[in-house]
Ligand binder design. Structure first.
Ligand code: PLP
Length: 366
């Protein structure tokens, strides 16, 4: 059984534990809200697939977010049940169970999904008819990532026209994800790659308008690109979300500026087999190294030599004074793939746990 850790000092917590530094989180949220909403004049619909926690979604709402983006119908159900009224499933919903759930969900929130092929439409329309609802849809345009998305403006226009003329479906606009640009090291090349990607959305939007088709939403961006995308006129809303955690993926790989590490995994030293080697009580089952190496807070000179399922082997300078049982804080490689390994995240300030938020969407994969 999990006893409530609220009020405990960080030193007294058992490990491994997922920690959220609430001051750093507030700093990162304010930074993103400032760039996206206040400077960029855009709507902010942060992607919630990383944290899957309604409590964090409501913090973002308080900071000005209009709702959340998710990847799965089951995630949308969790956020809708918590009172989030405007949700984008930035994904294609296929299969009778999922389309029925999406159609039913419209009775409790506005839940928009994406499409990139005319064959996806009949099942969505039939589900809407059966549920007595209307499903809002964005046309997904491939703007360079080469994952989902129609390939051309002409195909986007044809699909938009089909949606607009299908009962039960509502054309809500366009979506594209410039995910191929996030890790480009040179800032100028990154900027021009993002601009070129978003120009494809601008072209498609103009084509919709020219054809008399509505396009109120043009949705794009991740945390690794939002600083540029927020300044581009064609976009109406940004999906950047995970950057609020300041994990190594965003700090090192995507080079976001001014974000602070906010997400940590508290771990214990369980062995010092050699002066230059330290073993921690957590490994791949407690944090992710996707995209970037995790680092130990305050110890940039220590390197992960081996990551096992339950252990981390650290190569440290010989004079590192870690004792058996000592706790250290590790900044995960990728926050997104770290949250799903934990039941809850402990928000702390001034060395004490203030909140224990369940990661309700953990396992919400359908
Ligand atoms: C469709 C889509 N939008 C946005 C994002 C960016 O999310 P985040 O800001 O959490 O990195 C992703 C990330 O994979 C994505 O797949």
């Amino acid at each position: 059984m999990l006893l409530s850790p609220v009020g405990q000092s960080l030193e007294s917590l058992d490990t491994p534990a997922l920690l959220l530094d609430l001051d750093a989180l507030d700093h990162n949220i304010a930074l993103m809200a400032e760039r996206i909403i206040h400077q960029g004049g855009k709507d902010w619909r942060p992607h919630a697939k990383a944290f899957k926690s309604p409590a964090i979604a409501h913090l973002l709402r308080q900071a000005g977010a209009i709702g959340v983006t998710v990847a799965k119908v089951s995630e949308a159900e969790i956020f809708a049940a918590s009172g989030i009224a405007d949700i984008l499933i930035a994904n294609i919903v296929v299969g009778p169970t999922k389309t029925a759930r999406l159609a039913a969900l419209q009775h409790s929130a506005c839940v928009t999904a994406t499409v990139d092929h005319p064959d996806q439409l009949p099942a969505l329309a039939e589900a809407a008819r059966a549920a007595g609802s209307t499903i809002p849809l964005l046309v997904d345009l491939d703007i360079g990532l080469h994952r989902t998305g129609v390939a051309t403006t002409e195909a986007a226009l044809a699909l938009a026209d089909r949606i607009a003329h299908t009962p039960g479906l509502q054309l809500a606009g366009l979506m594209g994800y410039e995910g191929h640009a996030l890790a480009i090291p040179d800032p100028e090349t990154k900027r021009s790659t993002i601009q070129a990607a978003i120009a494809r959305l601008a072209e498609a939007r103009a084509a919709f308008e020219c054809a008399g088709l509505p396009c109120p939403i043009v949705s794009a961006a991740g945390s690794g690109s939002y600083e540029v995308t927020a300044g581009l006129p064609a976009v109406t809303e940004l999906q950047a979300g995970g950057g609020i955690f300041g994990c190594m993926y965003y700090l090192e790989l995507c080079r976001v500026t001014r974000h602070k590490p906010a997400l940590f995994v508290l771990v214990s030293v369980i062995s010092r087999p050699a002066p230059d080697r330290t073993i921690l009580d957590a490994g791949r089952k407690a944090f992710s190294n996707h995209g970037a190496e995790p680092t130990i807070e305050g110890h940039p000179d220590c390197r992960i030599r081996m990551l096992s399922a339950e252990h981390t082997t650290i190569e440290n300078p010989r004079d590192t004074e870690w004792k058996i049982g000592q706790k250290v804080k590790l900044i995960p490689g990728y926050s997104d793939l770290t949250f799903v390994l934990h039941d809850r995240v402990l928000g702390h300030r001034d060395g004490r746990v203030e909140t224990a938020w369940p990661i309700l969407g953990r396992g919400a994969l359908q």
